[in-house]
Design a protein around this ligand. Structure first.
Ligand code: 5GP
Length: 232
């Protein structure tokens, strides 16, 4: 299993986006690589270190560029870790007048709920629906699922988001950006102000992050994986 994780460019401006560290794990890993891993991790802040350590320790690369983090984020949830993630989102967006956190079902919900305790705001989640009755009471958009390769209608009741809101988007992964672009479209339709997006794991080798940043949206990813390769 090979990960190349980016240093946290948002936490410490001394880090350059081009400065990558190779991080290998597994029994046949040369010591030189282990050294790089240590150098890298101890430059991060506490919550980042916890997250990067955990990705390196328990992340599994699956065919199709899928990073499985089922043991701590997507199936079993490590609440101590997610609590640190929630605090870190609050730290990064502490200057924003957030009134609502918006996420998409299902895997973003738990993370958003824990983060929301630090912002003291409600969480609202967009629901995936197979078909939509356009009755005027819902904001609707379409999202292509990266993991399931399906297009979903995504809906949100107009009751729960409006022009008075300042929104922080939260999700577990950012890959091609479809989920986030769907949420951005809903915020636009609601007339609310989009303050930014917080992502736990960004796959930096896919185009979503670039696209969102190019739109001028403030995007904070707590770990950026630059590449991943299965080592047999
Ligand atoms: P995007 O819409 O940015 O292409 O993909 C983001 C969504 O797909 C996330 O909400 C996440 O649920 C899922 N996803 C994308 N890539 C991965 C991955 O490598 N691992 C996991 N577990 N989920 C992913």
């Amino acid at each position: 299993l090979l990960f190349i994780l980016q240093p946290d460019v948002f936490l410490n401006s001394a880090y350059s986006r081009n400065c990558n560290y190779s991080v290998l794990s597994g029994s046949s890993v040369p010591d030189s690589y282990r050294q790089l891993q240590t150098n890298y991790i101890y430059k991060g802040e506490k919550s980042m270190k916890l997250l990067k350590d955990r990705i390196l320790k328990d992340g599994v690369v699956k065919p199709g560029n899928i990073l499985k983090v089922d043991s701590f984020l997507n199936h079993q949830m490590d609440i101590t870790l997610i609590n640190e993630i929630g605090k870190e989102f609050k730290r990064r967006f502490s200057d924003c007048p957030i009134t609502k956190i918006l996420t998409i079902e299902a895997s973003g919900i738990g993370i958003a709920c824990i983060a929301a305790q630090y912002f003291d705001v409600p969480v609202v989640f967009a629901k995936k629906a197979q078909s939509v009755n356009l009755d005027g009471e819902m904001y609707t958009t379409k999202v292509e699922s990266f993991t399931h390769k399906k297009v979903y209608d995504v809906i949100l009741s107009k009751k729960f988001l409006g022009p008075e809101d300042h929104v922080l988007l939260i999700d577990d992964f950012l890959a091609n950006g479809c989920a986030l672009l769907g949420l951005i479209d809903i915020v636009k339709k609601s007339g609310a102000t989009l303050e930014g997006a917080g992502i736990v794991i960004e796959k930096g080798f896919q185009h979503g992050g670039q696209e969102i940043r190019d739109m001028g949206i403030r995007l904070e990813s707590l770990a950026i994986v630059d590449s991943m390769t299965e080592i047999p």
